[in-house]
Design a protein. Structure first.
Lengths: 809, 195
């Protein structure tokens, strides 16, 4: 979230597309109701199903699963053609005026630089025009045909309301009504909070779906405002924190892009990641990258990381290619992996194409499951009737199951979707011999360290030199770890402006990443968490919920990263002169000498408005990007492509170009392309979803939740039910080209048949929560059905739009 | 109200609120010491966070025992934390079942192994589990570690081992996990954030 849960109450319009917070995030959704009740805010919902969020909405419109960009493209076109944008904001705070390279082209669904054989783009034309000083050229009149504003206008002019109706199946009048609500927030003193979840991300165009809304929010001037923002309603209670700690291949803690084979040494690595400002006078905050990275190397390797050994740069593994849950399981499937650990993760259920995942696990030499519960994955080798048909005698994987503790059984922090880091206290010990994750990881690591100390082996140095100054080496405490994450001075730090002034003594905890250095004199495990445990103590444990501004900021409750800031880009909540766009909801204002207000300024505190330092300080251009330059894999503007399994035989936006049917830059493995089904055999669009009574594949293990929703069902509309002779309560079989599941038919009015490109399209809704382990009735794993393909940028699987057929059993 | 102990228990067993009657002062005069007290009144209250969705609602966990050394606590009740500014004391149907999650019949209680080709689990000790896993890992790492790629660039990675990390873990556990994995050279690493 750029904003936070409570801030939703400040919105005038709440737009939900790709999420269902009434069921998936009920206690956060109360803030939507609060806004409706107290501000007369309007709730607008667009979704393939009339879900429970829709049931309390002021307006609902249906959309075909997998056609979101066509819808958003229509919204952008509506805002531009009806002049419903926040002009001053767009001109000053976005790259609308920036001139784009003259070689940039978009023709029949394909951007310039496409290489069909590699399914990827050379992006050298997706960039700004630069002047002799290396700054981007701009045209403040926004009239130059190569400026972002004009290119955007041209790109989205194709997305008329008629086109939206044809591609999305959303009736034209319903689409226009949604546009009116959205456009009402173009006024400087009105804001819209945009809420989304996996309904937007789990597509082969997922990242571009979200970019669309970022563009809409920039055009409306809703970023940085109270009651505005792009608000991801995320999954687990600490999925935000684990993302921040970067437990994925592409980054190191604090979103520091991980080194790859193209970065042979520290200097090359840092140069590539330390940008120069692209406009005069901008903060260009990532210019501090070397400080964050060097402090991380010091946190991990301490005295063994020196200037002479490039701060142990070589000890960091270099990423050699794709690494994500799909590529990992594909490599495993091809027999290229020997060992695998699932820590609190049930991939047999949560990764697409269960058969492929099970076959992959069967090729491992050893699998380790660290979990509080007996997961489906831990028994992938065990026959569970028709739900898991396997022959254990043919599976040679050695499987270990280690009992871990649950939330109530350990202390430490969770970070919520609004970036607020909160301390938790331990209530009881876990059952039996179960242990905390930290203890399991520590004992495994220390055992390996002892083996390397005794016998040597491949590159023992990073193992032997990893900092491990914990009081009980086999039980690092959460307090010790959070202090390490926060960071400290390793030697006395003096004020760069006045060397006689000592800022911090050696060993003192640092209050903010502003004090980190790139010379090895500071250590910090995750720069964005710097300030969470300063000399003042554990700031995540603060419990003062007072709210003097009335905006719900509660600045003394826990600690929000970065530097306790609650609303990101908050400089944009004020005009160029520093006056709030809406004085009734002041987030920040220029006091004459400094930035002040009701949040921690997302701006250099003394940057006077006339210095023209723009609000998007993490971008080297200082402004928000309507045109995303070379950052995205699949185009600088979002474009509609069909899901890889589409009910249509062409992309209605580019009917004559088969290359542009589905995302041309998405990665598809051999074997997976062949496993896609076609509308001839699988005529119905399927979309997976979640229920209010269950959380992922977890609560099926909890008795009361299992009593509330005991059994797998499949939701279909009345038209389809009639066509297939299915009544509510019948058992039905759902097939995709990868397998089948069975469930109880629930026939509803909530899913309507849509008219798409001259065709009737039926949608089948499938809850995900069931499996063969748990307190619920044993059931099939829904991801037996789903296709093994992901988004072109981040490889999030396409769970929300694929093809199935159904029959009564 | 005057009554003897037998009459008192009769009232209590007749339904709801037996122990509240005691608190309101309606207790058998001679047998105060035997009155069943509220569990909650003697419970230890601990602040924690619901582990399900990313609203991360504050919860109060009530457990028996006082957390003193060697005392075995048991959770008797979990409810929303009324002081938490986000959930203000509420919990949803998912979070309402938290106690049944902690006390699920399917909790793992000790390490187990399923040997190659076997049809069943076998209980083992932590020592044996860690020893056997570490041996597998070391053999695999020593054999398949890539120090330099085809172009002679130092890459120091271990491509044949993968790890899926938990978003239900705390930040501190996540940090320790990524720190140890990167030191081992792991690049086949992912988390629920992607899905």
């Amino acid at each position: 979230m750029t904003n936070h849960w409570v801030d939703i109450k400040n919105a005038d319009v709440i737009f939900v597309m790709g999420g269902n917070p009434a069921e998936a995030h009920p206690c956060g959704f109360k803030w939507v109701i609060e806004a409706k009740k107290n501000r007369k805010a309007k709730l607008v919902v667009v979704d393939p199903r009339f879900n429970r969020t829709a049931s309390v909405a002021d307006y609902y419109a249906p959309v075909r699963a997998g056609s979101d960009i066509a819808f958003f493209g229509g919204v952008i076109n509506y805002l531009l053609t009806n002049d419903k944008i926040h002009h001053d904001y767009v001109k000053a705070y976005t790259n609308a005026s920036f001139l784009i390279d003259e070689n940039y082209k978009f023709e029949d669904g394909i951007f310039s630089g496409y290489d069909e054989a590699k399914r990827s783009y050379a992006k050298d034309s997706w960039k700004y025009q630069f002047d002799k000083d290396g700054f981007a050229k701009v045209d403040e009149t926004l009239q130059d045909p190569n400026c972002v504003f004009q290119l955007m206008k041209k790109h989205y002019s194709r997305y008329t309301p008629e086109t939206v109706e044809k591609v999305c199946g959303t009736p034209k009048d319903a689409f226009l009504k949604v546009c009116e609500y959205i456009a009402s927030t173009a006024a400087p003193d009105r804001t819209m909070s945009y809420l989304y979840a996996l309904g937007l991300t789990e597509h082969s165009v997922g990242s571009q779906n979200i970019r669309c809304m970022a563009m809409v929010q920039l055009l409306l001037g809703n970023m940085g405002m109270a009651g505005g923002g792009i608000n991801a309603l995320r999954g687990h209670a600490n999925v935000q924190g684990i993302t921040d700690m970067c437990l994925y291949a592409q980054t190191l803690p604090g979103y520091l892009s991980a080194p790859t084979d193209a970065d042979p040494d520290r200097a090359t690595y840092l140069t590539k990641r330390t940008p120069k400002a692209l406009r005069p006078g901008q903060m260009n905050f990532p210019q501090n990258f070397p400080k964050w990275f060097t402090s991380l190397c010091k946190a991990w390797y301490g005295n063994a990381a020196t200037k002479d050994n490039d701060f142990a740069y070589d000890w960091l593994p270099k990423l050699g290619g794709a690494s994500d849950v799909l590529s990992i399981f594909h490599a495993m499937y091809e027999g290229k992996m020997n060992g695998f650990v699932c820590q609190g993760f049930n991939p047999l259920a949560s990764v697409p194409n269960k058969k492929k995942v099970g076959d992959a696990l069967a090729k491992l030499k050893y699998l380790v499951v660290m979990d509080p519960l007996a997961t489906d994955t831990s028994e992938f080798w065990k026959p569970h009737g028709e739900f898991n048909e396997v022959d254990p005698t043919k599976i040679d994987t050695e499987v270990f199951r280690l009992p871990a503790n649950l939330f109530a059984e350990h202390a430490g922090t969770f970070t919520n979707s609004g970036r607020v880091v909160q301390w938790r206290w331990k209530a009881v010990d876990g059952p039996g011999e179960s242990k905390e994750d930290t203890e399991i990881m520590a004992s495994l690591f220390l055992k390996l360290k002892a083996m390397y100390a005794k016998d040597g082996g491949a590159l023992p140095e990073p193992i032997m030199n990893l900092t491990w100054a914990y009081n009980q080496p086999d039980k690092p405490s959460p307090e010790e770890l959070l202090r390490e994450i926060n960071g400290k001075a390793l030697s006395e730090l003096t004020d760069p402006k006045d060397p006689t002034k000592v800022l911090f003594k050696a060993g003192e905890q640092l209050p903010s990443f502003g004090f980190l250095r790139d010379d090895g004199s500071t250590a910090c495990g995750n720069w964005i968490y710097c300030g969470s445990w300063s000399q003042a103590g554990n700031n995540t444990a603060r419990r003062d919920n007072s709210d003097p501004s009335g905006l719900g900021q509660t600045l003394n409750w826990g600690f929000a990263w970065p530097v306790n800031r609650r609303i990101l880009y908050n400089r944009a909540s004020a005009d160029l002169a520093g006056k709030p766009w809406d004085p009734k909801r002041t987030v920040l204002r220029w006091t004459g000498t400094a930035w002040g207000g009701n949040d921690i300024p997302d701006m250099r505190p003394d940057a006077a408005p006339d210095q023209n330092v723009m609000p998007f300080i993490m971008n080297p251009e200082g402004v928000g990007r309507l045109f995303s330059r070379e950052i995205m894999a699949d185009g600088p503007f979002p474009e509609h492509y069909e899901p890889f399994e589409s009910p249509l035989d062409r992309n209605p936006m580019h009917p004559n170009n088969p290359k542009a049917k589905s995302n041309p830059a998405a990665r598809v493995y051999k074997g997976d392309m062949e496993a896609f089904g076609t509308a001839k055999d699988y005529p119905y669009v399927a979309t997976t979803y979640r229920l209010v009574e269950h959380f992922h594949y977890w609560t099926k293990q909890s008795k009361i939740n299992a009593i509330m929703q005991p059994e797998q069902f499949v939701e279909i509309g009345e038209d389809l039910a009639k066509e297939k002779g299915i009544k509510a309560g019948d058992r039905i079989k759902v097939r995709s080209n990868r397998g089948f599941i069975k469930g109880v038919a629930v026939v509803t009015k909530r899913i309507k048949t849509l008219d798409v490109d001259g065709k009737k399209v039926h949608t089948v809704g499938i809850p995900i929560h069931y499996g063969f382990k748990g307190a619920t009735k044993p059931g099939f794993i829904t991801n037996t059905l789903t296709p093994f393909v992901g988004d072109a940028n981040v490889q999030t699987p396409e769970f929300k739009a694929f093809l199935v057929n159904i029959e009564k059993v | 109200m005057q009554m003897n102990r037998r009459q008192f228990f009769k009232i209590c067993s007749a339904g709801l609120g037996g122990s509240s009657i005691a608190v309101m002062g309606f207790s058998p005069t001679a047998a105060l010491a035997e009155v069943r007290a509220f569990k909650l009144a003697r419970a230890t209250e601990t602040r924690n966070i619901c582990p399900y969705c990313s609203v991360s609602c504050g919860v109060l966990i009530y457990s028996t025992g006082d957390k003193s050394k060697n005392s075995q606590g048991e959770i008797i009740h979990i409810e929303g934390d009324p002081d938490n500014p986000v959930n203000r004391g509420t919990l949803c149907p998912k979070g309402a079942g938290l106690r049944d999650m902690v006390q699920s019949q399917n909790r793992l209680k000790w390490p187990e192994v399923r040997e190659a080709g076997s049809k069943e689990w076998k209980r083992i000790s932590w020592n044996e589990a860690i020893e056997r896993i570490a041996k597998h890992m070391k053999a695999d790492r020593d054999k398949n570690f890539v120090a330099k790629n085809a172009n002679g660039v130092t890459v120091n990675r271990w491509p044949t081992f993968g790890f899926l990390a938990s978003s239900a873990a705390s930040n501190e556990a996540g940090y320790l996990t990524v720190k140890t994995l990167r030191a081992l050279g792991v690049t086949q690493l992912d988390t629920q954030a992607r899905i």
